[in-house]
Design a protein around this ligand. Structure first.
Ligand code: URA
Length: 285
C-alpha cells in the first residue's frame, strides 16, 4: 500500500476530530509517534486506521459538489403485506438513479436488512467500504460490535431491523476514510428510511450516533450528541432512543462510554418489555 500525503492525513484527522466533537469529546489523546509522522508530512497508508479502499478503486470518486443532489424522491408502494411493500421499496432504492450515480459500478447501493416484524429498528449513518462491497448495513468492524450489542440484549441480528440514513457511501476526495453525509444527501435518502420505518413499525428506534440524529431529528450543526443521548425522542410517531455509534465505542472503549451506551439500551429493553437479568443490568459496572 502507498503513502498518504499531508493533505490526505489532514483530511483524515479533521474527520476524526469532527466525529469526536459531534459525540461530545473535548480532549483528544494523540500518540507521539502519530505526531512525528504528521510533522514529517507523510505516513505509510497501512499505519492509518481503517484505510477503506485502494487508490485505484477510488479514482472515479467525485467531489459531492460536482454531483448536485436533487430534491427528495417521491414514490408509492403497492398495497399488501409487509414483505410485498418492503420488496417493492427495496427494488425502488436499489434502482434509484441518484443513489446509483454515487456508487461505483462494482459496488452496491445499501438497503436495510432484518426482521420486518422487529421490535427494534437500529439506524446508523451511512455505508462504509465493507457495506458498499456487500450491499448490507453494518457488516464491517462497527457491525461486529453492533452484533455483540444486540446479543448482549438477548437478541440475534436476525431479530432486529438495521438501516442507515444513507443508501450510498458518501464519496471522499481521497481513497481513505469516510465523511459524514451532507444535509442534502441525508434529506434525499430520508424518504427511503421513513418508508422502511413505516413498514417495520417497530416498538422503538435506536439512533446510532450524531449523523443518525441529524437525519432523524432534523439537521442541527449546533446540537451535540450529549444534548440528546440517553433520552426518548420521536420519529414518525414512534419512540426514538439516541445512543453512541458503535464506531465511537470502538475508538473510545472506556468503561464509562460502554456503560452509558448500555444504559441507553437498557431503557430500550424496558420500553419494549424485553426480560432483563440481574447480570444484564450490571454489565460494564
Ligand atoms: N456505519 C454506519 O453508520 N452504517 C453502516 O452500515 C456501517 C458503518
Amino acid at each position: 500500500m502507498g503513502s498518504l500525503s499531508r493533505e490526505e492525513i489532514l483530511q483524515l484527522l479533521l474527520r476524526e476530530v469532527e466525529l469526536l466533537a459531534a459525540e461530545g469529546e473535548r480532549t483528544l489523546p494523540i500518540a507521539e509517534e502519530a505526531l512525528e509522522s504528521f510533522r514529517q508530512g507523510s505516513v505509510a497508508a497501512e499505519h492509518v486506521p481503517n484505510p477503506t479502499t485502494s487508490p485505484a478503486e477510488n479514482s472515479a470518486a467525485k467531489d459531492p459538489k460536482e454531483n448536485a443532489i436533487p430534491p427528495p424522491p417521491t414514490f408509492s408502494l403497492p398495497d399488501g403485506d409487509k414483505a410485498t411493500r418492503w420488496n417493492a421499496l427495496r427494488e425502488i432504492v436499489l434502482g434509484c438513479p441518484v443513489c446509483r450515480s454515487h456508487v461505483k459500478p462494482t459496488l452496491k447501493v445499501v438497503f436495510g436488512v432484518g426482521n420486518l416484524d422487529a421490535d427494534i429498528f437500529f439506524c446508523g449513518e451511512a455505508p462504509g467500504a465493507d457495506e458498499e462491497r456487500h450491499g448490507e448495513p453494518f457488516v464491517g468492524r462497527a457491525g461486529q460490535l453492533l452484533n455483540k450489542i444486540i446479543e448482549a440484549m438477548g437478541l440475534h441480528r436476525s431479530d432486529v431491523y438495521i438501516g442507515n440514513i444513507m443508501n450510498w457511501r458518501p464519496e471522499m476526495p481521497t481513497p481513505y476514510g469516510n465523511r459524514p453525509p451532507t444535509q442534502a444527501e441525508m434529506e434525499f435518502c430520508l424518504p427511503y428510511l421513513r418508508a422502511q420505518v413505516e413498514i417495520v413499525s417497530p416498538k422503538a428506534i435506536v439512533a446510532l450516533g450524531a449523523t443518525a440524529v441529524n437525519g432523524l431529528l432534523g439537521y442541527d450543526p449546533d446540537r451535540r450528541l450529549g444534548d440528546v443521548r440517553g433520552r426518548w425522542h420521536q420519529f414518525a410517531g414512534l419512540p426514538l432512543m439516541v445512543t453512541y455509534h458503535p464506531s465511537y465505542l470502538l475508538r473510545n472503549p472506556s468503561p464509562t462510554a460502554k456503560r452509558s451506551a448500555w444504559e441507553d439500551l437498557l431503557q430500550v429493553m424496558e420500553r419494549i418489555s424485553l426480560p432483563i437479568s440481574e447480570r444484564q443490568r450490571n454489565f460494564f459496572l
